[in-house]
Design a binder for this molecule. Structure first.
Ligand SMILES: [Zn+2]
Length: 75
């Protein structure tokens, strides 16, 4: 599976605040949120605000469709 990456630093790990918890996830090339396997937050992924996700590698935050398609850039 290919992932979308941060337009600023290229990281593929993102987080979003949800009811006081920090939910960490990756985003597939088709725009699907995938929970970090160390967490049990799958049930809240559908409630993540797609307009305001945060990069785990830098200070970037923004909407999901601003993410880069990593596989396209590599090929
Ligand atoms: Zn970043």
């Amino acid at each position: 599976m290919d992932y979308r990456s941060c337009p600023s630093c290229g990281a593929t790990s993102f987080f979003s605040a949800f009811n006081g918890d920090k939910v960490v996830f990756t985003v597939s090339d088709t725009g699907v949120f995938i929970a970090d396997p160390d967490q049990v937050f799958d049930e809240v992924l559908s409630d993540i605000d797609i307009w305001q996700i945060h990069c785990s590698g830098c200070v970037w935050s923004g909407p999901i469709h601003d993410l880069r398609l990593e596989s396209i850039l590599k090929n």
